[in-house]
Design a protein around this ligand. Structure first.
Ligand code: UD1
Ligand code: UDP
Length: 362
């Protein structure tokens, strides 16, 4: 009997990715341990996902909390090293591109523990993004690389990765969306927020957008011009909340700033929106499946498949109002392409490969 498979999660986008993998491994009877690093800790950045998505209570919460990149990553590493030495997992699974991901990868690699990366191979080629550094380092160290899109496989190949480590499995975040979409009730959430008729949803949290006051001012002007055309609801991520408010984001009567929403409420609202304006990675993917036009306020994306096979387009703050007006005039697409294997079964594919790997090694 192999030792437990250990999952490391910590930040909001990790949870909808891990949920279907945990469930699928459970169905295969694999022994598992779930670790939460505590990188995110507010109720609506963390707990709400466990409750709503039926994710089991973490076996261990390291309670690391916030800090500079080095302080946060190092604290997670110290705590994980102690834990891994104690429980000797048969494999460590890491998700996405947050500091908890790279911290776990560095520790597992140095202890010689086999490791798998869920959402491997995504590249923005923009090293000013902390996530790009986390993605590159994590992929380099992993034994199994689970890719969500063919372009990710090409990037890993170009970096010289052994092809036998790479698997196109689909997108576990989309498994979670498809499994829960019957619970999305746009009208109920819109009613609760006092929204009548057409509205847009926005999220902003990338350091490149919210850390520099000059960029924040430019964004606030662009968002105000959008709100001249349709009301905008923005669940405010804790990063950037203060800066956006200080720059006057909420002074426009058409902009409603609210706390981060739980998963079901957020995607309910997205499904009812005429368009989404975002810099989130996951939201580019979710809008692609829901068929909601997505205007991504970034100069690049590590998820180009959401442009070629989805509803996404990149916009600058200067272009945003005009692009939003176009989307408003066009309405929702009636048909649109979707990426291969984003079919609700990624978790099962990942679980089968992980189970085969640990049984072979034990
Ligand atoms: C992190 C990820 C980013 C991801 C985002 C998802 C890294 C480097 N970045 O960014 O890739 O897109 O999560 O949401 O890992 N805070 C709270 N409450 C919380 C969590 C954070 O108030 O529950 C505040 C703290 O002031 C903290 C700041 O938000 O300093 C930033 O949190 P952090 O986890 O460092 O990075 P994010 O910007 O959330
Ligand atoms: N999300 C949520 N409530 C919100 C905003 C986002 O539940 O108020 C969900 C969203 O549907 C997606 C995930 O959080 O599943 C994306 O996380 P985030 O944008 O923080 O991170 P990124 O994907 O950019 O790393």
């Amino acid at each position: 009997m192999p030792a437990a498979v250990l999952h490391v999660t910590g930040a909001r986008p990790n949870f909808p990715k891990a949920a279907p993998v945990l469930a699928a491994l459970d169905r295969l009877g694999v022994d598992q341990l779930l670790v939460h690093t505590g990188q995110h800790y507010d109720k609506n950045m963390s707990d709400v996902f466990f409750t709503e998505l039926g994710i089991p209570e973490p076996d261990v919460n390291l309670g690391i909390g916030s800090g500079s990149h080095a302080a946060q990553t190092a604290a997670i590493m110290v705590a994980l090293e102690e834990l891994f030495l104690k429980v000797q997992p048969s494999m460590v699974l890491v998700y996405g591109d947050v500091n908890s991901t790279v911290a776990a990868a560095l520790v597992a690699a140095k202890l010689g523990i086999p490791m798998a990366h869920v959402e491997a191979g995504l590249r923005s080629f923009d090293l000013t993004m902390p996530e790009e550094i986390n993605r590159m380092v994590t992929d380099r160290l992993c034994d199994l690389l689970f890719a969500t899109s063919p372009d990710a496989i090409a990037h890993l190949g170009n970096e010289g990765t052994d092809p036998s480590k790479i698997f196109l499995v689909g997108n576990p975040m989309i498994d979670t969306l498809l499994a829960n979409q019957h619970r999305f009730d746009a009208e109920a959430v819109a009613d609760r927020l006092g929204l009548v008729g057409t509205f847009a949803v926005a999220t902003l949290h990338r350091p490149g957008n919210v850390d520099d006051p000059g960029v924040v001012n430019e964004l606030v002007n662009a968002m105000s011009a959008v709100a001249d055309l349709a009301p905008v609801v923005i669940p405010l991520h804790p990063r950037g909340r203060a800066a956006l408010q200080k720059a006057g984001l909420l002074d426009h009567p058409g902009i409603t700033g609210i706390d981060p929403l739980g998963y079901i409420d957020f995607l309910s609202l997205v499904r009812g929106a005429v368009a989404v304006i975002t810099d989130s990675g996951g939201v580019q993917e979710e809008t692609t499946i829901l068929g909601v036009p997505c205007l991504t306020l970034r100069p690049n994306t590590e998820r180009p498949i959401t442009i070629t096979d989805g509803t996404n387009q990149l916009v600058t703050p200067a272009d945003l109002p005009a692009r939003f007006a176009e989307v408003l005039a066009q309405g929702r697409p009636e048909t649109w392409p979707t990426p291969p294997l984003w079919d609700g079964h990624a978790g099962e594919r990942i679980a089968r490969i992980v189970a085969a790997h640990i049984h072979r090694e034990s």
